[in-house]
Design a protein around this ligand. Structure first.
Ligand SMILES: Cc1cc2nc3c(=O)[nH]c(=O)nc-3n(C[C@H](O)[C@H](O)[C@H](O)COP(=O)(O)O)c2cc1C
Length: 364
């Protein structure tokens, strides 16, 4: 398994969906940093199911227990180990999927890779549940970054074909991002949120699922973080964000849309504002040459529709070699994208703190 990432800040995630617990070890955190466990619980609650009709019926409180790395409420320098118990697992939903793999899930590829020994229950280590410890690690990083004047937040920019109101990164404030985070559906336009919820509900009633796009912003990031080529900011962010199950694409700034622009349309003019170099527009999304420019980071992640759907699908019975029909029972999210918003924020926060810890800048 390769469930670790980070260069200076090493984050290692462990556990299975229906095992005793899931958790994370974070090594390399700056010392003496206060961790507000109530704020961390509130951050994790945004990912937990049950905030609205768009998520699974599985009930998990996702309470974080800190086993090490905190002394008198501050990071001590020892690896920070956080554990979340699994309380609401129903493993009998999964036994037959050992030989009858779900289309678009990892059942088949995992069983080949691990010679049939990987835990299939609830998707095992491949479950979206493993993003709870990612949120725990990223939530701690977010608190440290907030104290350095950096805000990270996102919205569900598109879901089931419904668009949220567009966000202009040049006018966006940390307060606006915080307000979106408080909403049961993380959108700017609450009307659009209601239409998204109705579209998800309609798909669910047809035994189906939907996808979406998450847009995340980083404000207050200093210029000069990152490296060219393989150590770029985009590279490190993409590595972490693709660790979130069901993410199918990542783009920065104008992204794929830049391919249809002319240079004269895409280039952001440099200007001096109050003695600081800025750009008049932000199609580059805050990164040039793999290095931050000091402009807001703009990143989008595409989330596929949930693989496990109630509708009948065709798959293979690997014991008989016959094509077979599969109707998936159990509790599944009709839409993953809305629950994945804090997961993407967490991954971005972890990478940004890691970048700030790169020896040559000594930013902290
Ligand atoms: C927060 C979250 C919740 C998820 N919930 C489900 C679910 O209920 N049912 C399901 O089939 N997949 C769910 N997934 C997606 C699968 O874990 C994922 O599609 C699978 O592991 C295959 O990985 P891939 O899509 O990255 O290739 C969820 C993912 C996330 C991030």
């Amino acid at each position: 398994m390769s469930s670790e990432f980070g260069k200076n800040l090493r984050i290692s995630i462990f556990g299975e969906s229906h095992g005793a617990a899931i958790g994370v070890v974070v090594d390399g955190l700056p010392v003496g940093e206060t961790v507000d466990l109530d704020a961390l619980a509130a951050f994790l609650a945004r990912r937990a199911p049950g905030r609205n009709a768009m998520s699974t019926a599985r009930k998990e409180t996702d309470a974080v227990r800190v086993l090490s790395g905190l002394y008198q409420g501050k990071t001590s320098g020892a690896p920070l180990c956080m554990v979340i118990e699994n309380r609401n697992a129903h493993s009998n939903d999964y036994e037959r999927l050992r030989h009858i793999p779900r289309p678009a899930h990892a059942d088949y590829s995992a069983s080949v890779r691990y010679h049939g020994f990987s835990d299939p229950n609830g998707g095992g280590h491949f479950s979206g549940r493993l993003t709870a410890p990612l949120c725990a690690a990223g939530g701690v990083c977010l608190q440290i970054l907030n104290r350095k004047g950096i805000a990270i937040g996102g919205h569900l920019s598109r879901c089931a074909g419904v668009d949220d109101a567009p966000i202009d990164s040049l006018r966006l404030t940390a307060e606006e991002l915080a307000a979106v985070a408080q909403r049961p559906i993380p959108v700017l336009d609450e009307n659009a949120g209601m239409r998204m919820q109705a579209a998800v509900q309609a798909a669910k009633e047809q035994g189906d699922s939907v996808g979406g796009v998450i847009e995340v912003f980083g404000l207050g990031i200093p210029a000069g973080l990152g490296s060219p080529m393989f150590g770029g900011v985009e590279n490190r962010l993409a590595q972490a964000v693709f660790g979130i199950p069901a993410i199918r694409g990542v783009e920065f700034g104008a992204g794929f849309g830049a391919a249809d622009l002319r240079g004269s349309q895409n280039n952001d003019a440099f200007v001096l504002q109050e003695g600081i170099v800025r750009t008049k527009t932000n199609r580059h999304g805050g990164v040039l040459g793999g290095i931050t420019t000091g402009m807001p980071l703009v990143m989008r992640a595409a989330v596929k529709p949930t693989p496990s759907i109630a509708q009948e699908q065709k798959t293979l019975d690997r014991q008989t070699g016959e094509q077979t029909a599969l109707c998936i029972a159990g509790r599944h999210d009709p839409c993953i994208a809305q629950r994945a918003v804090p997961c993407v924020e967490a991954a971005v926060a972890a990478v940004l703190l890691d970048l700030m810890l790169d020896g040559e800048y000594a930013r902290l």
